[in-house]
Design a protein around this ligand. Structure first.
Ligand code: C2E
Ligand code: MG
Ligand code: MG
Ligand code: MG
Length: 291
């Protein structure tokens, strides 16, 4: 199309690029004030034990309620925050709010853990572990109630700083989970050295389970490997009964996905966890779901 438009291409294209840049600029400006303006919220998506149907944990997923643009996905603003030095402040807010929520659950007698996602920038922070420990203490939450999810690609980053953060989180009694597993290029021996307790199979493999024998073979291999080195396996993005049944047959430990529950507000999750039998009520859960 660019060639066909000939000499006009440049002029036709430029305004859009300017719009894009202005867009990013405005978004960034707004993001700087999102915390103080109380526009951030943690949604929670349960992880469910494959055999008992019990909720074992809930993963905190960040949402930004933008006054004009509506609710924005972290895929939109987390990369922006990372590029412009805002992820530290955002991450700290997440740590504190998730710990506060874990305390609420404990007080309600709910036995689920809270999971948070950590970005590569946070893993490189020297004081990350102290920050997390301080937040746990502030809210009276035991470290074993917290899981930190770190993507495979970040976990494999062989820098002293990230590796040290990894070890110190483990030593502090915090659970570690390798997120989006299968998208990176991990060596098995390396994986074994990490003090992780959980591995999450990336949604892209789960998605193809009912149509592709290759996907099934890969998931099977990952499960065997993970179990051999003592890791619990969570399948993310489980959307269909067929996927769930294949995963169950392959020996997957926990499920997460729209089939069971979408990410939802803390209030909705409380109702869901207290009033419902999760395994039976995938339908009712959708009533509280994010739209
Ligand atoms: P993730 O940690 O791998 O989270 C899973 C994503 O898949 C979430 O998207 C979730 O809403 C979505 N999901 C869950 N079940 C299903 C399903 O059955 N089908 C489909 N199609 N999607 C499903 P979300 O909430 O948009 O988050 C995207 C990513 O943003 C997360 O991927 C995580 O890497 C990042 N993120 C979210 N919250 C935070 C945060 O507080 N800090 C950092 N650093 N990153 C975050
Ligand atoms: Mg995650
Ligand atoms: Mg994931
Ligand atoms: Mg992901």
């Amino acid at each position: 199309a660019a060639k066909a438009a000939g000499g006009c291409t440049y002029m036709a294209f430029e305004p859009r690029m300017q719009d894009d840049a202005r867009d990013k600029h405005e978004l960034l400006r707004d993001l700087r004030h999102a915390i103080e303006n109380k526009q951030l919220e943690l949604f929670y998506q349960p992880k469910i034990d494959a055999r008992s149907g019990q909720v074992t944990a809930a993963e905190a997923l960040l949402r930004w309620h933008h006054p004009v643009r509506g609710t924005l996905s972290p895929d939109v603003f987390i990369p922006l925050a990372e590029r412009h030095g805002l992820i530290g402040a955002l991450g700290n807010w997440v740590i504190d709010d998730a710990c506060r929520q874990a305390r609420v659950w404990r007080e309600r007698g709910l036995k689920m853990r809270v999971a948070i996602n950590l970005s590569v920038f946070q893993m490189r922070q020297n004081d990350l572990v102290e920050r997390i420990q301080a937040a746990l203490k502030r809210h009276g939450v035991n470290p074993s109630r917290l899981t930190c999810e770190i993507t495979e690609s970040v976990a494999m980053e062989d820098t002293q700083v990230t590796q040290r953060t990894f070890e110190r989180l483990g030593q502090a009694g915090i659970h570690l989970s390798i997120d989006d597993f299968g998208t990176g290029y991990s060596s098995l021996s390396y994986l074994r050295r990490l003090p992780a307790t959980e591995l999450k199979i990336d949604r892209s493999f789960v998605m193809d389970l009912d149509t592709s024998d290759d996907a099934k073979a890969i998931v099977d291999a990952v499960l065997k490997l993970a179990h051999a080195i003592g890791l619990k396996v969570v399948a993310e993005g489980v959307e269909t009964v067929q996927q769930r049944d294949i995963l169950l047959q392959l020996g997957c430990d926990e499920f997460q996905g729209y089939l069971f529950a979408r990410p939802m507000s803390a209030r909705a999750l409380l109702l869901w966890a207290v009033e419902d039998k999760p395994a039976k009520n995938a339908f009712r859960a959708s009533l509280f779901a994010e739209t």
